[in-house]
Design a protein around this ligand. Structure first.
Ligand SMILES: NC(=O)c1ccc[n+]([C@@H]2O[C@H](COP(=O)([O-])OP(=O)(O)OC[C@H]3O[C@@H](n4cnc5c(N)ncnc54)[C@H](O)[C@@H]3O)[C@@H](O)[C@H]2O)c1
Length: 284
């Protein structure tokens, strides 16, 4: 979508971090933006602050892991702006503990917000974008953890899912005039390490039983992640990259090259697996 001015976008997880950065960058480019978030107070503040900069934005509260709430939010953008061109599936949580500490409820919560809601977003907004025949774009926020899996396995599983969904959708939606990009950020300075603040009651069993550990490998790991997040890139910079990605129909939107060698090593390992069997005759 070369000319974004006057287009209409729906951004989930827009009250904080990357979502707010994307909403801001799009609004500054003349896009009318409906910000959607589970956190009412933060959402109201974000919308108010953006409105002060003279951009056309509104807010709608929804828990995207509830399909009915996401569908009601879609009704709200149509009621307010009449149509929608851009969907940004960005709402997400950090996920829950490593092997041995993960719980059923933790997996359910992580899958519901990080993956199920993205599928619902596409199902609900895809037909709305197609309807007006003006074209559109879908961006979903995965992560570098959608391309390499090391720690935080429930998180990585959902992010690989978002990459897979986006890669396949790009082929299926191109003939329908809808571009698809997947955002794979490295560390970004946001509130993701405090994701528990948005734990819906129905997933309450995902909450760890006691306070976070203060020593040992898990404490060190959490501290490392918090430090890396604090030193991460600016969410508005990420938002500007997303805007550029939509304008130029980039399949992948990266935010920095820190993990490029790790991804190359993964590809090399996959290539080695092919090399190992290349000269064999498959048995059928
Ligand atoms: N921060 C990073 O380093 C990083 C790196 C890679 C990917 N990401 C991804 O970026 C996305 C945004 O996260 P962030 O880092 O900006 O964190 P953040 O916590 O600052 O923002 C996430 C937003 O999503 C909202 N949210 C959470 N659950 C929701 C729900 N059920 N329904 C609606 N909204 C909900 C939160 O209220 C919050 O406003 C996530 O998908 C995350 O996985 C973040």
């Amino acid at each position: 979508m070369k000319d974004l001015r006057g287009k209409i976008a729906f951004v989930t997880g827009a009250a904080s971090g990357i979502g707010l950065g994307i909403a801001t960058a799009l609004a500054q480019a003349g896009v009318k933006v409906m910000l959607c978030d589970i956190e009412q107070e933060a959402l109201a503040k974000a919308v108010e602050r953006l409105k002060q900069t003279n951009v056309d934005v509104e807010g709608v509260r929804a828990d995207v892991s509830l399909k009915d709430e996401l569908a009601a939010a879609a009704d709200a953008i149509i009621a307010r702006y009449g149509k929608v061109h851009i969907l940004v599936n960005n709402a997400g949580i950090g996920g829950v503990g490593p092997y041995g500490l993960w719980t059923e409820a933790g997996w359910d919560w992580t899958i519901a917000v990080n993956l199920r809601a993205v599928v619902w977003g596409v199902s609900i907004f895809g037909p709305l974008i197609e309807k007006h025949r003006e074209g559109g774009h879908i961006v979903s926020t995965a992560s570098i953890a959608g391309l390499i899996s090391r720690n935080s396995l429930p998180y990585n599983v959902t992010k690989y899912g978002v990459v897979a969904l986006s890669e396949g959708l790009r082929l299926e939606l191109a003939p329908r005039g809808i571009g698809v990009s997947v955002l794979c950020p490295g560390f970004v300075h946001t509130r993701i390490m405090d994701s528990m603040r948005n734990l819906p009651e129905r997933f309450a069993a995902a909450r760890p039983p006691g306070p976070p550990p203060v020593e040992g490998p898990l404490a060190e790991r959490l501290k490392w992640m918090r430090d890396r997040n604090d030193a991460g890139v600016d969410p508005l910079y990420v938002g500007e990259l997303v805007r550029e990605g939509i304008e130029n129909d980039w399949p992948y939107i990266m935010t920095d090259a820190e993990y490029e060698p790790v991804i190359e090593a993964r590809f090399a390992s996959i290539k080695e697996a092919f090399d190992r069997i290349r000269d064999r005759t498959p048995r059928r």
